[in-house]
Design a protein around this ligand. Structure first.
Ligand code: PLP
Length: 400
């Protein structure tokens, strides 16, 4: 039996429509868009058409869309180039404690280069207040980067209000919208952000495709230098099939946002309600402002979520312990720690992210299996308690 895939926040399958539109650009219309002959011009034309189509989906102008290779690249480009652009104004950046590693690691590297970063602590739901942000702003603040939706607990943050506070002080605002675009309505001008990152494979587009939105008239310094593609900003021959696939998938998802969200939320609510019947299970993230189909919990009495993920895998259901990048890590999630959970609970976070390919029967089966798995692991741990106790103490003392 094919496993049931319930880790759509990690990645998604390329949609049939996106695949069909991509196919000719691999082996028939394969010209380099920079070339002047007809093959090249076909490539150039489709890339420009896609720029327009993507812009329409997020309420942007065509000239504000830059194609990249992934969400990580978009985050890196936005943050590093914003710093270069504002280098005469200061070296202070504001972010949050719950960002994806694509932002965290970039900021850490900038700190090594002499930048100072203030990481705002969210409340238990994963929200950051305007007052907190305003308090952190300094004369030398050049950039604020706070995500639109969190990849571990599914909270959708109040970016519109936060970006408005930044704009009042003329500070650049970037948001990592990798988990949000294609799943909730995103209109860049309504949000009021200067920079926004998108990744194609999170909404049924292909891996290796991304977008950076950059508000005009802002012009970011080049991130990749070379042949001058993407208006000199991001050199490198365009990934034409990837751009086509991302565009098709984004259009498809944008058209069906409301209908998809209704279905996914119904399924997620049923699963969440049932899982919360178990003692010692707590829902994480914001209950009222969350991504559609996003179920996230911390489970007490289990040593690490990897045990649960493995147990579910053996029962034919693919779920996650948090972000895909740290799925195999035994460390507690930095997001859960930031939300105030203790080390034990933060180490046992579970993320089930549903997609339109999950039937109600799949959801019911997975819910049942999750409950059985939690109870099984808990009872095994109790029967092995003396050995585990020793290990827990060892781990605890190592971490001091
Ligand atoms: N930002 C967030 C919030 C993510 O969830 C991810 C991927 O999981 C990324 C950035 C990185 O995107 P990509 O895999 O396209 O590099």
């Amino acid at each position: 039996m094919k496993p049931i895939y319930m880790d759509h926040a990690a990645t998604t399958a390329v949609s049939e429509g996106a695949l069909q539109e991509m196919l000719p650009y691999f082996s028939e219309e394969y010209g380099n868009p920079s070339a002047v002959y007809s093959y090249g011009q076909t490539g150039k034309n489709i890339v420009e058409k896609c720029r327009e189509r993507v812009a329409k989906c997020i309420g942007a102008f065509k000239t504000e869309i830059y194609f990249t290779s992934c969400g990580t690249e978009s985050d890196n480009w936005a943050i590093r180039s914003a710093c270069r652009l504002r280098k005469d104004k200061g070296k202070h950046i504001i972010s949050s404690e719950i960002e994806h590693n694509a932002v965290r690691r970039t900021l850490e590297q900038l700190e090594e280069d002499g930048y100072e970063v203030t990481y705002l602590k969210p409340n238990k739901d994963g929200q950051i207040s305007v007052e907190q942000l305003e308090e952190a702003i300094r004369e030398d603040t050049i950039l604020i980067t706070i995500m639109l939706a969190n990849n571990v607990v599914g909270t959708v943050l109040n970016i519109k209000e936060l970006a408005a506070a930044a704009r009042k002080r003329r500070i650049l605002f970037h948001t990592d919208a990798v988990q949000a675009v294609g799943h909730i309505p995103v209109n860049v001008h309504q949000l009021g952000v200067d920079l926004l990152s998108i990744s194609g494979h999170k909404f049924n587009g292909p891996k290796g495709s991304g977008v950076l939105y950059c508000r005009i008239p802002l012009r970011l310094p080049a991130y990749l230098t070379g042949g001058g593609q993407e208006k000199e900003g991001r050199s490198g021959t365009e990934n034409v099939p990837g751009i086509v696939g991302l565009t098709h998938a984004l259009e498809e998802n944008t058209k069906n946002l409301e209908e998809n969200a209704k279905y996914l939320n119904e399924q997620a609510d049923r699963m969440t309600k049932s899982i919360l019947e178990l003692p010692g299970v707590t829902q994480t993230g914001d209950k009222d402002s969350r991504l559609p189909g996003f179920c996230s919990f911390v489970v007490d009495g289990i040593q690490h979520s990897v045990l649960l993920v493995n147990e579910m895998n053996s029962r034919g259901v693919c779920i996650s312990s948090g972000s895909a990048c740290s799925a195999s890590s035994q460390e507690a999630s930095h997001v859960l720690l930031a939300l105030g959970y203790d080390k034990q609970l933060a180490g046992c976070s579970v993320r089930v992210t549903l997609g339109m390919d999950n039937s109600p029967e799949d959801v019911d089966y997975a819910t049942q299996m999750l409950k059985v798995s939690i109870e099984k692991i808990r009872s095994e741990q109790v029967s092995r308690a003396p050995r585990l106790e020793g290990r827990v103490t060892d781990i605890a003392s190592e971490n001091k």
